[in-house]
Design a protein around this ligand. Structure first.
Ligand code: ADP
Ligand code: MG
Length: 238
């Protein structure tokens, strides 16, 4: 596990700056939720943490290491996407073992690691199925399983529940929180849903138009919003 420091980070796409100097400190083992309206820059910031976008200015550190120039595969992070991004032609086992296969891990290691993740996620009976044979919730668990087998220092989630129906979304929130309580991996979780943010976060980062409006624990934001934007966003119903 590791702390994460985002220091005065800017991002421009061509002439258009979409992040205007964002700073956030994330403690080792903390569950931080980035929340804000569509287009405010959440995914861009997460992709910069993952190394999938380069940084126009500023620094990102994971643990004691500034990772601005470090490629995604060497960052010790694992990302879970909204659309799961499972390989349709591979079984659940092979989807979960894929990164280890690329790294030429021995079969016994793959079986042990996939087995461990499958047990945590209740996927033991589904390892020989294909993604099309799974429910939405099960697919989301497989996507999490792929992240868990990598034993990352940091988990990144980009709106992982937005394709699920409301009931399943509530259940998966609880499962992700349980997973965090069990593994204590530093987590950065993006959502545009303020209820999700309030129920899941140790600390919320409220973003708006490429800026951070406020950072704090859910109740502090609720009781003491820094400005009208935070008050309106946190206070309004989903
Ligand atoms: P969010 O995840 O909060 O909805 P994004 O990070 O996806 O927001 O986008 C932030 C802004 O950056 C938006 O205005 C979006 O149009 C713009 N943007 C994102 N990716 C690109 C890109 N590859 N090229 C140009 N503009 C982009
Ligand atoms: Mg997004």
């Amino acid at each position: 596990m590791a702390s994460v420091a985002i220091r005065n980070v800017r991002k421009a796409f061509g002439p258009v700056e979409v992040l205007h100097g964002v700073s956030v400190d994330i403690a080792d083992g903390e569950f931080v939720v980035l929340v804000g309206p569509s287009g405010c820059g959440k995914s861009t910031l997460l992709r910069m943490l993952a190394g999938l976008e380069n940084i126009t200015a500023g620094d990102i550190a994971i643990g004691n290491r500034v990772v601005n120039q470090v490629p995604p595969k060497d960052r010790d992070i694992a990302m879970v996407f909204q659309n799961y991004a499972l390989y349709p032609h591979m079984t659940v086992f092979d989807n979960m073992a894929f990164s280890m296969k690329l790294a030429k891990a021995p079969r016994a290691v793959m079986e042990a690691e996939v087995g461990r993740a499958a047990k945590i996620l209740g996927l033991e009976q589904l390892l020989q199925r294909y993604p099309r044979q799974l429910s939405g919730g099960q697919r989301q668990r497989v996507a999490m399983g792929r992240a868990i087998v990598r034993n990352p220092q940091v988990f990144l989630f980009d709106e992982p529940l937005s394709n699920l129906d409301a009931k399943l979304r509530v259940q998966m929130r609880a499962e992700i929180k349980e997973l965090h309580q069990r593994l204590r991996v530093t987590t950065v979780y993006v959502t545009h849903d303020q209820i999700e943010a309030m129920t899941m976060a140790d600390k919320i980062v409220v973003m708006n138009s490429g800026n951070v409006e406020q950072v704090g624990p859910p109740l502090e934001l609720y009781d003491n919003p820094a400005n009208l934007f935070v008050a309106g966003f946190i206070g309004s119903p989903a």
